[in-house]
Design a protein around this ligand. Structure first.
Ligand SMILES: Nc1ncnc2c1ncn2[C@@H]1O[C@H](COP(=O)(O)OP(=O)(O)OP(=O)(O)O)[C@@H](O)[C@H]1O
Ligand SMILES: [Mg+2]
Length: 244
């Protein structure tokens, strides 16, 4: 069964039509790349998958269940299941790294303080962030902020991870680290969508890719299919910066 299924997704903002019938499905354990020019609507699709936006028309199913009519309580459940790794990390500026990671555990689990502290330290270690627990977000480098954002996003053990440009602006070392983390999380069976402009990362970690163009998925397939098939043309134009 598809874990994520988007059908005939339409969305406009005022007179600006962004999506004109997007179809996208992601199978269990798969990492789907979603690529496309700036402003083509990638983040809006990710936001819609956790109910932060609603399509004007169309269907969004998570584990076979339609979520477009969900109320806030039902969406909280979805947001525990599906982690959104925001474009900028979206850390709470007034909280230390430790408190940023503890926050979802305090809100959504019954763990006691000691258990929370252990889980936070264990997660920081996994991300190579040990020793940074007392630091404030503003004092971290961009790469570290992204890693803390990722650590916080996955701390509840989500089934689904939505990555919004997790490697944007990172140096090769931090990019590699994020790629490794995505691959490790994939090994644990999580299903994910990776929105990115970083084609080497997309080719490294994605099982399939979809290219969003003019409000629709213009090409979709495995990396080999995309390279070989008629979709190659679209994808090459995008990779070469010719498509907008
Ligand atoms: N809340 C909003 N109100 C009005 N317009 C919006 C809103 N959210 C998104 N848009 C518009 O919808 C379009 C798609 O936005 P989106 O953020 O999904 O693009 P994107 O593909 O993620 O771009 P980028 O690669 O630059 O992050 C843009 O033109 C944007 O201005
Ligand atoms: Mg975006």
């Amino acid at each position: 069964m598809d874990v994520i299924e988007v059908k005939d997704f339409h969305k406009s903002f005022g007179s600006k039509v962004v999506h004109r019938g997007v179809n996208l499905s992601v199978r269990k354990g798969e990492c789907m790349g979603l690529v496309g020019g700036s402003g083509c609507g990638k983040s809006v699709i990710l936001r819609s998958l956790i109910g932060l936006e609603k399509p004007d028309r169309g269907s969004i199913k998570i584990n076979g269940i339609e979520i477009t009519g969900f109320n806030e309580n039902q969406l909280v459940d979805i947001r525990c299941k599906a982690a959104y790794v925001f474009q900028g990390g979206a850390l709470f500026d007034s909280m230390s790294v430790e408190d940023n990671l503890a926050y979802p555990l305090r809100e959504h689990t019954k763990l006691n303080d000691k258990q929370i502290q252990e889980k936070v330290l264990q997660t920081l270690k996994k991300f190579g962030l040990q020793g940074s627990e007392k630091l404030m977000p503003a004092s971290l480098s961009g790469g570290m902020q992204k890693r803390v954002g990722l650590a916080r996003a996955i701390i509840l053990g989500p089934e689904i991870i939505l990555y919004d440009e997790p490697t944007a602006g990172l140096d090769p070392y931090n990019t590699k680290k994020i790629q490794q983390t995505i691959l490790e999380l994939k090994k644990t069976g999580t299903t994910s969508i990776l929105v990115t402009h970083d084609m080497p990362t997309a080719f490294e970690v994605c099982d399939r890719m979809a290219l969003l163009l003019d409000g629709r998925v213009a090409a979709e397939g495995t990396k080999d299919e995309l390279k070989a098939g008629e979709a190659a043309d679209h994808l090459n134009r995008f990779v070469n910066g010719e498509a907008t």
